[in-house]
Ligand binder design. Sequence first.
Ligand code: GAP
Length: 451
Amino acid sequence: MTKTSSPDVLERLVSLCKRRGFIFQSSEIYGGTGSVWDYGPLGVELKRNIKDRWWHSMVRTRDDIEGLDAAILMHPRVWEASGHVSGFVDPLVECTNCKRRFRADDERIKGEPGSPDAQCPSCGMKGTLTAPRQFNLMFKTFMGPVEDTAAVVYLRPETAQGIYVNFLNVQQASRQRIPFGIAQIGKAFRNEITPGNFIFRTREFEQMEMQFFVEPGTDMKWFEYWKEQRLRWHESLGIAPERLRFHEHSKEELAHYARAAFDIEFDFGGSLGFQEIEGVHNRGDFDLTRHQEFSGKKLDYFDQPNNRRFVPYVVETSVGADRTTLAILVNGFREEAVPGEEEGRTVLAFHPAIAPIKAGVFPLVKKDGMPEMASRLASDLRAYFPVFYDESGAIGRRYRRQDEVGTPFCITIDGESVSDGTVTVRDRDTLKQERVASEQVRDYVLERIAA
Ligand code: GAP
């Protein structure tokens, strides 16, 4: 069920993202690459702020989680052990008339693919859809200079496996005791049959994953703990609580490795509605046991106080950095009237902590010492957070341009500033302006970013 009453803002958001330098289509001058996107100057800051916040909450502020940055290319046996070679497949059907491809379970297909009455959802022809065949979603490449004899390797479809194969390395090096976790952020690749909806489902994306290793029997307790922690984290980014919900996986939905799974869903609005942004999975001992089997190396844990060995269970939290970025963009996007003004404004109401630019600094006019004072203030502040200096055009237009990219504070230097050293600070959301001593502006903004 994805029903929603939130408005569909995706189309307008895509155009804003391009116009203001958040997100561009990959290789656009060549006609684009299917469902791959590039982050521009503001997008890279926004996504980095989201990743930093995740790393801060999962690694830096906890003594029971260690960080890792494993390689994208791994030994090919990893993906046999993980079940991805045999099981990471989608049923694919093709239309022999228009050559379009669909997942066999695409709701738009009428009739049974492969039968004469099945109808192609794209060209409308009947009887042209092939019977489903299993299509592996992993990208393959070759390691070594000669393709024929080189080993086939895969671009990882999830970052989790890099954590499992390093479980003992990290545990022993950091002298952690169970329960503890390993976290990493990195690229993952999936040759999705039906990617789309901007950066929602892409073929190259970033995951922020954490595997928490626990004693068997305590796994459901930790599973509940992580579900709640992760929901709170999304709320801490400023996502409206009513746009977030849990979805429990039924037996049929459970991935091959999962004993229990909940998605955290965000309401993207329009026809997309509520969709997964994060998965919390109880993976039991599936992964470590399989890697023991396939590598022939022990991956069990020695529980010293009780003098026994066991293979830990794993509770996983797995969130897409790109999908969270899209949720943040959709959540913050507003088009609204401005009291007393004819022209409305578009706002990206980001939490100050993740806004790409924290403050705009403007001289009211380009004379009487205002530009000098403003540019001095801008360069002082730049040592602490990203600042945008703008002295061109009407002040109202400069505010609008910052509202549109989510800048929470606009600092204006006027005639009074030059004589008494105070400046006005305008709040993006309330539109209220406060006079603040210029030497206190830095702390004023820093306090609100940290809130
Ligand atoms: N290790 C478990 C795992 O990968 P998943 O549910 O397949 O689980 C986790 O993926 C998260 O990764 C999703 O909730 C989503 O945010 C993100 N994700 C997965 N496939 C994606 C894609 N094709 N494009 C963008 N994000 C994706």
